[in-house]
Design a protein around this ligand. Structure first.
Ligand code: SF4
Length: 354
């Protein structure tokens, strides 16, 4: 069955030749306004509707629960796929009141095993299909109160999985998310976050030029990064940053560098200086500096069993000051919903339910 949730009009018309492109546009618009074969669609010929009914439908992607954080306006969504896998997404409030972003998963689990990430402990279950990615954003949007002016304004691929490890589906999903007949999210408000797969970074820059890139740094020191992010063994940070330079030149966008501060591991002054050196050399090569976001670590295990600790405010300030002294400025990114396991690094649906 062709999943109607995950197609642009162009792909729908190509998949079902009985449909003209204008008809496919009307169908996709109707689908994303909630149509479910439950009524007529204006100017859709009878034969086209019959062909659609015979070939396409809405495979199930069941919302099991939406858990609102008690400490901030984040909401975690838990879904079950048709083959019984569990997947999570998060509704993130943006700075402008009433505007939200959907943090979506691209895989069930993840093969990359970053040490500070709960998803990395699961291993890879399977890739999600494009429509399963789109469904997460659709569910977040459906939960908004449009009468109060609430709108979905962005999508970040920062949930479960490494999106560049499932790039065909991610690119298809982006096309639907950004299509004016579908979710109409401005492509410039879509961010793909990677642990560092150079070929994927280059392809993303070529095929989705308006989409932004975020890179998880872990540490600027190779030995430390290797311990935190095993992907470093296959693709060194140096090689990854070469791809990021190309991406920045192709798209004209500054990449976001995400750096999770781990007490006593990567939050010393020498770590800050190494990160500053990396940022300065990146800016010299790419012609634009990275935007560096410092993230507080969110626990992934019980107290006493968790492998890391969040950096103290004093160490965080010293780290930030050391970067500033080198002329490199940072932002602190707030990652909310930690009480419902929705914060960065905490998504691990399968582990908690299996
Ligand atoms: S941080 Fe991202 S790439 Fe690393 S294990 Fe977690 S989901 Fe995978």
């Amino acid at each position: 069955m062709i999943a109607l949730q995950g197609l642009t009009p162009e792909r729908l018309a190509a998949s079902i030749p009985a449909l003209s492109l204008p008809e496919a546009r009307r169908v996709v618009s109707a689908v994303h306004r909630g149509w479910n074969f439950d009524g007529p669609i204006r100017d859709l010929r009878r034969g086209s509707l019959d062909a659609l009914r015979a070939r396409a439908g809405f495979p199930p992607f069941t919302l099991l629960e939406a858990r609102a954080s008690a400490i901030d306006p984040f909401v975690k969504f838990l879904f079950r796929t048709s083959d019984g896998r569990l997947v999570e997404a998060v509704r993130i409030p943006l700075e402008v009141p009433g505007r939200f972003s959907a943090c979506v998963s691209s895989q069930v689990g993840c093969a990359l095993a970053c040490a500070f990430c709960a998803t990395g402990r699961l291993g890879l279950g399977r890739n999600l299909e494009a429509w399963e990615i789109v469904e997460q954003a659709r569910a977040v949007r459906l939960g908004l109160d449009r009468s109060k002016g609430e709108r979905l304004r962005g999508v970040v691929f920062q949930g479960m999985g490494e999106p560049l490890d499932n790039l065909d589906a991610v690119l298809e999903a982006i096309a639907v998310l950004a299509h004016p007949c579908a979710l109409a999210v401005d492509a410039r408000a879509i961010t793909v976050s990677t642990a560092g797969l150079p070929d994927g970074i280059r392809r993303l820059g070529r095929e989705a030029r308006k989409v932004r890139l975020a890179l998880s740094i872990g540490s600027a020191d190779r030995e430390k990064r290797l311990r935190l992010m095993p992907v470093e063994r296959a693709h060194s940070l140096e090689e990854v940053l070469e791809a990021c330079v190309e991406h920045a030149r192709t798209t004209g966008y500054r990449p976001m560098w995400a750096y999770t501060l781990l007490e006593g591991v990567n939050d010393g002054e020498e770590d800050a200086r190494a990160l500053a050196d990396l940022a300065v050399s990146f800016a010299a090569s790419a012609g634009i500096p990275p935007r560096i976001s410092l993230l507080a670590y969110n626990a992934i295990d019980e107290p006493g069993r968790d492998p890391f600790r969040r950096s103290s405010p004093e160490r965080e300030t010293a780290f930030r000051d050391a970067l500033r002294a080198a002329g490199v400025f940072t932002k602190r990114r707030y990652s909310g919903g930690s009480d419902v396991g929705a914060a960065c690094g905490q998504l691990a649906a399968s582990a908690s339910r299996d």
